[in-house]
Design a protein around this ligand. Structure first.
Ligand code: FES
Length: 177
């Protein structure tokens, strides 16, 4: 983890600690707390779940059990580029699961996970409302319709090239200073 990710986590945990102080020690506060953390930080870090358990006087198992029961929660920080692969019925019958597998293989992570450099995360999603384009993947705000396994490599490559370009620009502008 780089230093800025560590600093970001520290800020997040400090913020969660003060947020937790505003909730009474009642079990019925568990879902509102988890939702608030997820909404603000877009994931529930394991230490945050421990903090919630301690605040509410529950066991960590209880809190993990509730959090993992609902698929609205994620447990890894979302990547800079969020890949969502639709596995709704129309996409599933047109090979959405194969598209998902290809993204997973290419990035060497599973759905619900984030690459170690936090560049990409993959999630499976239900119907996103454009079944005519099935199978569909969404990366950030771009919808990729009629996806094919052979297009996966190109989608990732596009982001990697863009990242390299930005890094080169940054280095150029730093060397001119
Ligand atoms: S099932 Fe994938 S867009 Fe509807």
């Amino acid at each position: 983890m780089n230093l800025s990710a560590e600093t970001e986590e520290k800020v997040m945990f400090d913020d969660i600690a003060s947020m937790l102080r505003t909730f009474e020690e009642k079990r019925e506060n568990l879902m509102p707390i988890l939702q608030e953390i997820q909404e603000k930080y877009r994931y529930l870090a394991p230490p945050a779940l421990e903090m919630v358990a301690k605040r509410l006087g529950l066991s960590s198992c209880d809190v993990y059990g509730v959090a993992t029961f609902y698929n609205q929660f994620r447990f890894n920080p979302p990547g800079k580029h969020q890949i969502k692969v639709c596995l709704g019925t129309a996409c599933h019958v047109r090979g959405g699961d194969i598209i998902l597998e290809n993204f997973e293989r290419k990035l060497e992570i599973q759905a619900g996970q984030t690459t170690p450099d936090r560049e990409f995360s993959i999630d499976r999603v239900a119907c996103v409302g454009c079944c005519a384009l099935a199978p569909v993947a969404i990366v950030d705000d771009t919808v990729y319709g009629h996806m094919a396994p052979s297009k996966v490599e190109g989608v990732i490559l596009g982001f990697e090239i863009e990242k390299e370009r930005k890094e080169r620009e940054k280095q150029d502008s730093e060397s001119q200073e």
